[in-house]
Design a binder for this molecule. Structure first.
Ligand code: KG4
Ligand code: ZN
Length: 338
């Protein structure tokens, strides 16, 4: 039996819908909300409103691109959380309504699990390169930073998490301090390629085990800027590439050190990246170098699957559908991981 799943994502500032059929991606539509740019970060109220405007056309296009009529969908997967409450409510309510109208099961999806399962999205006419179980995944996004052991599609253990800011947040907050546009991660990545990564050094956190911390780095970055700008008001402008390269180098170093420890402790040598920061060229280069050094097999998703999308929701929904893991219509969104 062919299984077609519609995935809906609305946890933050991307309204997205996608269709996966038997593990193959048929369509993926993302409406990015540019309204937040001028505010230097996501404004929850504006996000909810934009989701309301976007959700019907985005879902409609995803179905049309997939060549399916709504009643040809077997299940409706939606992001239950974590994310912004008002934003999640839009996708959740829409999925419930469609599920009732079509008489098809509703499947709630954890956004973080979905980021990891992008590694199992298959595309027609593209080679398949998927990790075997168990594997380790460094999940690095704007809201989360975790090291996760994946036992199978639906069983995951969080080995370490950030105690404060996420890696993407560190990029974005430091970018804001340098008056760079939001989201700052890709901008820093681009500028870093022209700078010297050892021009400035920042103290690294001493966090035991596999947890992370980025708030100290942000503070020490702020202090450096304040001190230098006092001496020379055009310091940031003059040293932008070096600042970006040094900051990126430190963030990548903090992440890489914990991955090495986790691989060593678990004896697992299949390492995957996921989440928006997985697109960072410095992180990818460092992980490639470590993979060569330690004989790891490395899995880096294509850039279009690293930031928020609905293909990841649909593929997770597909694996849950196979296990009949359905949700009731009384399901409510959650802002944090449960
Ligand atoms: O996964 P994602 O789209 O959203 C969350 O679930 O949070 O990740 C967005 C984050 C932002 O913080 C953005 O700055 C960061 O990913 N990001 C990057 C790059 N591309 C996106 N950070 C560093 N380098 C990049 N190339
Ligand atoms: Zn995300």
């Amino acid at each position: 039996m062919t299984v077609s799943i519609l995935g809906i994502e609305s946890s933050c500032d991307e309204t997205a819908a996608a269709v996966v059929q038997d593990g193959y991606l048929l369509s993926s539509v993302i409406a990015t909300q540019d309204v937040h740019r001028s505010y230097g970060g996501v404004v929850p109220e504006l996000a909810s409103r934009a989701h309301q405007q976007n959700i019907v056309p985005v879902v409609d296009k995803a179905l049309k691109d997939a060549g399916l009529k709504p009643d040809q969908i077997d299940g409706l997967a939606f992001t239950r959380g974590p994310g912004l409450m008002g934003a999640l409510l839009v996708g959740t309510s829409f999925a419930k309504g469609l599920s009732l109208a079509l008489g098809k099961p509703l499947i709630e999806v954890n956004h973080l699990q979905a980021h990891i399962l992008v590694h199992f999205i298959k595309e027609h006419n593209k080679p398949v390169h998927q990790p075997d179980f168990p594997f380790l995944c460094l999940l690095v996004s704007g809201g989360h930073t975790q090291l996760v052991k994946i036992n199978n599609h639906l069983s995951m253990e969080v080995l370490g998490s950030t105690l404060d800011d996420a890696a993407g947040e560190a990029f974005d907050k430091c970018a804001k301090l340098m008056q760079l546009p939001y989201p700052g991660g890709p901008v820093i990545d681009r500028l870093a390629s022209e700078g010297n990564p050892t021009a400035f050094s920042f103290s690294k956190p001493r966090i035991p085990g596999l947890d992370f911390s980025f708030s100290g780095l942000k503070t020490s970055f702020l202090y450096l800027l304040q001190e230098k700008v006092k001496e020379n008001p055009s310091f940031i402008e003059k040293h932008l590439p070096d600042l970006c390269a040094s900051l990126q180098y430190t963030i990548v170093d903090i992440l890489a050190e914990k991955v090495v420890t986790a691989a060593h402790q678990s004896g697992i040598h299949q390492i995957a990246l996921a989440g928006g920061v997985a697109a960072n060229s410095g992180l990818q280069k460092k992980m490639q170098a470590l993979a060569t050094e330690f004989g790891w097999e490395l899995f880096i998703p294509p850039a279009r699957f690293t930031t928020d999308n609905a293909a990841m929701i649909a593929i997770t929904g597909y694996y849950k559908f196979r296990e009949k893991m359905f949700s009731g219509h009384d399901t409510v969104p959650v802002t944090r991981s449960e």
